[in-house]
Each structure stands twice: as structure tokens, then as C-alpha cells.
Design a protein around this ligand. Sequence first.
Ligand SMILES: Nc1ncnc2c1ncn2[C@@H]1O[C@H](COP(=O)(O)OP(=O)(O)OP(=O)(O)O)[C@@H](O)[C@H]1O
Ligand SMILES: [Mg+2]
Length: 225
Amino acid sequence: MDALCAGYGRSQVLFDLSVAMPQSGAVAVLGRNSAGKTTLLKTLAGEITPMSGSITFDGRAATTDPPERRARNGIGYVPQEHAIFARMTVRENLLLGATGRQGRGAIDEVLDFFPKLGVRLGQTAATLSGGERKMLAMGRALLGRPRLLMLDEPTEGVWIGVIEEIAERLTELAGRMCVVLVEQHVELALRVASYAYVIDRGTIALQGPAATIRDSPDLLRFLAP
Ligand SMILES: Nc1ncnc2c1ncn2[C@@H]1O[C@H](COP(=O)(O)OP(=O)(O)OP(=O)(O)O)[C@@H](O)[C@H]1O
Ligand SMILES: [Mg+2]
């Protein structure tokens, strides 16, 4: 995506942002609260129409594609909030993520990937733990067979003991698709990701290989409140 400007109504949040995502591997998007990380993902998912700039996916212009078309074309998105239907069961949530021709097989794959969900199939999503909710949201997105999977704070509200399990799953996913990871856990994000962008007030303040960003003397400055 190139020279993107976006925001809400008249209030501009992203200023001339250009990012490129690889075919596979994880890309971390870091930045303090209100930096514009969620706005960036919403723009890539098609929930926000950019004020200017362009988005290309798979060599095709996608700037004006509605969210459903982007999802069909392989862009998966797990939003920071309201990613699952709280009143529905785990099974129903997964069935909603499965497209017509996918049957039990695809859901079984998700349950193999996140075994904790398998024992909760009949439970309403509202009764799940923070970690289980995040796994359900990711599982549902995976049923769409994305090639680019964007995750907004996949470890937010997750008990520390389960965070590492999610990190392992993210690393596995990054082996077979591009994972875009917005994270407050900077150490985790830079361990899982191979490349990182640091956003400061809607512009890219730093970017580079994750190992370089981790050692950058400027990193803390851009993340400090
Ligand atoms: N729906 C909205 N309408 C108006 N302004 C919004 C809206 N959503 C976000 N903003 C503003 O846009 C700016 C960037 O918000 P955004 O959610 O992208 O930040 P973020 O980097 O994801 O922060 P956090 O780490 O807290 O999730 C903030 O100043 C926020 O107040
Ligand atoms: Mg956010």
C-alpha cells in the first residue's frame, strides 16, 4: 500500500503511509496507543476508505474493494474488538467462518491447531477465557483460507501462560502465509516477526528487519507514552 492517507470523517489519522507485505513471514506493526495501528489494519481490510493513496494485493488494485471482496481474495482480518459472536457457541462461530464447501474437515483442522477450542465447542463464546476467545477469532479467520492474515492485538487480555502458546501458533502460521501482527508485547512481536514497522502519530517512524528494530536506540522513544 502506497502513500496512504486515512482517518475518520475530517480527522486524519494516517499520513502518507507506505507499507509492503511479503508472501510469507510475520510483519510486526508497533506503536504507542492511538498511533494509528488499528486504523491501518481497518484500511487494509477495507473498513475505512482511504482519503488518498492506493492498496495493491497480488498485483491487483484493491483500494476500492469492499471488505467482503478482500476477504474472498485472501485477506483475513481479526479485529481488536468484537471479533466473535459472544452469544453463539464456539461451534456456531466456527461454522460462520467456514465457507459453503468446507465441512467438518476444515473445522477439525482448526481444532487440531487450537486444541483448547475442541473441548469448548458447545459453550457460548461469552464464557470463554481471553486466550480462548482470541484463538476462536483466529480459528474463524483461518477458515477463510487467508494468504494475508491481519491480527490486531492477538494477546491482549490473554493470561501470560497462554501468550506463549499463541506466539507459537503465530510462528507456525507465518511459515505458510503473511501474518501482520499489531502487538503491545514488543518483545514477542519482534521475536515472531521478521520485519517491523513502528508507527508514530500516523507516520512510519522506523522500519526494518525485526532484529535491527529490536536493537534500535530509537525504538523506546517511539513506544514511550
Ligand atoms: N471511529 C473513530 N472515529 C474517530 N476517531 C477515531 C476512531 N477510531 C479511532 N480514532 C482515532 O484515531 C486515532 C488512532 O486510533 P487507532 O485505533 O488506530 O490507534 P491504535 O494505534 O490502534 O491504538 P491502541 O494501541 O490504543 O489500539 C486515535 O486518536 C483515535 O482516537
Ligand atoms: Mg488499536
